[in-house]
Design a protein around this ligand. Structure first.
Ligand code: ATP
Ligand code: MG
Length: 360
């Protein structure tokens, strides 16, 4: 909830009886509302004044809310009232009927419609009186950070930002890692991942994005591996590198945007190969989601437009025309060992660049 203008342009957060109050000046409200609209774990919020607990003040505030509704073209309203302070002279029925009467008298264009109101005015009598008509639905879910931290493998595509969003909405704090193959992948592709981390970070109280150069590893794969296996082996190397990073930064799991059978590397057999050499759990929140639903979610969170920018990601550079569809994990492991990737992975990790994205 947004309180009355705060003195000195400061934004203050208070809690009282299970509610948070953000007390800010009117000019800061759009910024505060923008943050609230992306905050996991709140069911909703409203901009309200904080009024004296007198019948006159409450009725005056009801009339103001009625006028606001009418000026926005609303012609019908309903009042909901809650009185937790039982010493207030009007009970909730009295608040509804007196409030309604005051509005009908002062705003002749408005009518009551309890079944299908154009606007809902809420009155709450608590430690103070609150009257508001603009309640907004929040994102729900659980507050970010209450369910440990996970490391999101963030490509420049549509799926991985959505996967990160879903885990954040279950309370998981998100770190991210992006692998690039500069100069084979462009700087624009890297920038796209940064932008996606910023968009996602706005929902997760910020994200630390770790950017890791994978060019040498990709060249090693190209040089030593049979062409149909290159994508699976690249994914295995990404997983191993991500796991090492996760252990360093104390994340409890890896998160990917993989979805069953979306592409050749995501058959159940190939997903098994991909994770066969690591021990941390790999969370795949999109595993059973179809692409249409993922795209809709990407649009809702504001990532889609960025995700579809046409910059080649490192995975598309060496993708084989006829990839292995049902890899055997033992064969995958043997081929992986022939790459001798350890030193290259250590080197890539040492050169990792870390950016803070989306902190507000
Ligand atoms: P997305 O799945 O995000 O739309 P994509 O379709 O290009 O991107 P896939 O080929 O489906 O990527 O890759 C599956 C998953 O592997 C991604 O969701 C992501 O978690 C991880 N991944 C792929 N490429 C990268 C990369 N360059 N850096 C980090 N993670 C990656
Ligand atoms: Mg994908």
């Amino acid at each position: 909830m947004l309180g009355a203008p705060a003195a000195g342009g400061k934004i203050r957060l208070e809690t009282a009886n299970g509610r948070f109050f953000v007390d800010c000046a009117d000019e800061d409200c759009p910024r505060v509302e923008d943050v609230l609209s992306r905050l996991m774990g709140i069911s909703g919020w409203a901009k309200t004044g904080r009024h004296e607990k007198t019948v006159e003040a409450v009725l005056r505030a009801c009339v103001e809310e009625g006028q606001k509704l009418f000026s926005r073209g609303v012609t019908t309203f309903k009042i909901e009232a809650r009185r937790t302070d039982k010493s207030f002279p009007l009970d909730s029925y009295g608040l509804r009927s007196e409030g309604g009467r005051a509005i009908l008298d002062a705003v002749p264009g408005l009518k009551v419609d309890v079944r299908n109101p154009g606007g809902l005015i809420k009155i709450e009598i608590r430690e103070k009186a609150y009257v508001y008509s603009n309640a907004q639905k929040g994102l729900g879910g659980l507050p970010v950070g209450t369910a440990g931290r996970g490391l999101l493998l963030l490509s420049g595509g549509i799926d991985s930002p959505v996967a990160g969003f879903l885990m954040a909405s279950r309370g998981m704090g998100i770190d991210a890692v992006h692998f690039h193959a500069y100069p084979y992948s462009s700087l624009e592709a890297r920038q796209k991942a940064v932008r996606l981390a910023e968009i996602l970070g706005a929902y997760c109280m910020g994200i630390r994005l770790h950017i890791i150069g994978f060019t040498k590893i990709q060249l090693r794969i190209k040089e030593r591996a049979p062409l149909p296996w290159t994508t699976i082996l690249l994914r295995m190397a990404m997983m191993e590198c991500a796991e090492k990073l996760a252990l360093l930064i104390k994340d409890k799991c890896l998160i990917t945007g993989e979805s069953l059978s979306q592409v050749a590397s995501q058959t159940i057999e190939n997903l098994t190969c991909t994770q066969s050499r690591i021990r941390l759990p790999v969370l795949r929140p999109l595993i059973g989601a179809d692409k249409e639903a993922i795209i809709r979610k990407a649009e809702t969170i504001g990532a889609y437009e960025t995700s579809i920018l046409p910059y080649e990601d490192c995975c598309t550079l060496f993708s084989p025309p006829h990839p292995v569809l049902r890899g055997d994990p033992r064969e995958a492991s043997a081929l992986y060992e022939e790459l001798e990737p350890e030193v290259l992975i250590e080197e890539a990790l040492r050169d990792c660049e870390t950016l803070k994205c989306g902190f507000c």
